[in-house]
Design a protein around this ligand. Structure first.
Ligand SMILES: N[C@@H](CCC[C@H](N)C(=O)O)C(=O)O
Length: 303
């Protein structure tokens, strides 16, 4: 994609991030645009495009067949794509950034906001901004974690292997507790997982170390995006895996448990409730607004 100096086509975009997991945001309220995998990858390219770990298309649920069955419960559908153009069912940081955009654009008011995703409905709560203007934190009900097994999953990097727990937060995760986050290496390629076939759709892999009581730190290699500085669904998977490793299950104790999860780009707070719901709290900001050059209409249909 080469930029031209012609008049802007007027297709607006924004850029935002949540704990430095960053996204190109494309408002498409009436579902007029077709942004195929090639266009997503080009927009997310950090040298020739806008740059991002993924893309959030903001569309009314009723205007997209992928979310039409949720339209009676959620006006807005988060159409999330990884930076390579592939689909991710859910994005925990993305949904906070998505909500921040809707609120800042005046498209929704304060309070609980239901958002349709490919993993089902998620409810987002945007806290009021601080008096100094600092954007309030955002809490998301991320639904229930599933631990479908099998036992014996392993993650391997650079000749070292660790046992991993398969945690599904609407999307798949393999969570491995390691001695040092450096052991994950450069993470330029996806870590190997075994047994073969455990993750037919690919997997997000988290490497975790302890920082203190109910406090861990992680790195992540995301399916479709590579190493990112944060992964919201990954942080939830990590908190649930850490709780089980620590012998804690809120469904058994009847008490919620909270873990602080440090990511390379900040900090997320994850609470698992006795009914199994996992809540995630963290920041989300919009950092830029602009218009795409007309040259993009070669890749994006409907412009
Ligand atoms: N960064 C996201 C997860 C995005 C989807 C993931 N790469 C997948 O393919 O499942 C998050 O914050 O949860």
């Amino acid at each position: 994609m080469t930029a031209s100096s012609a008049q802007p086509v007027g297709l607006p975009f924004l850029k935002g991030h949540g704990t430095q997991n960053d996204f190109v945001i494309v408002p498409d309220p009436d579902g007029r645009l077709t942004i195929g995998p090639e266009a997503v990858a080009a927009l997310c390219d950090r040298r020739a495009g806008i740059g991002g770990d993924g893309l959030l298309r903001v569309v009314r649920s009723a205007a997209d067949p992928a979310a039409a069955d949720q339209a009676d419960r959620a006006e807005w559908f988060m159409d999330y794509r990884n930076s390579d153009g592939s689909i991710g069912e859910m994005c925990g940081n993305g949904v906070r950034v998505f909500a921040r955009y809707l609120v800042e654009a005046g498209l929704v008011g304060p309070g609980a906001l239901p958002v349709a995703t490919r993993a089902g409905l998620r409810t987002v709560l945007v806290a009021a901004d601080a008096e100094d203007g600092t954007p309030g934190e955002i809490t998301v009900d991320m639904g229930r974690a599933a631990l479908p097994g099998p036992d014996g999953i392993e993650v391997t990097v650079g000749g070292r292997s660790w046992p991993a727990l398969n945690v599904n937060m609407g999307n798949p995760h393999a969570v491995a507790f390691v001695e040092s986050l450096d052991h994950a290496g450069e993470l330029r390629t996806a870590p190997a997982t075994s047994p073969e076939g455990a993750y037919p759709e690919g997997v997000n892999v988290e490497f975790v170390v302890d920082r203190g009581p109910r406090h861990v730190a992680m790195r992540v290699h995301e399916r479709g995006s590579g190493e990112t500085r944060s992964c919201g669904t990954g942080a939830c998977a990590v908190a649930v895996a850490a709780a089980r490793r620590d012998g804690v299950d809120p469904a058994v104790t009847g008490e919620a448990v909270t873990y602080t999860v440090d990511v390379l780009g900040g900090r997320l707070t994850i609470t698992e409730h006795p009914d199994g719901r996992v809540e995630k709290t963290g920041p989300a900001v919009i950092v830029a607004r602009g218009e795409l050059d007309p040259a993009w209409s070669e890749l994006i249909r409907g412009v």
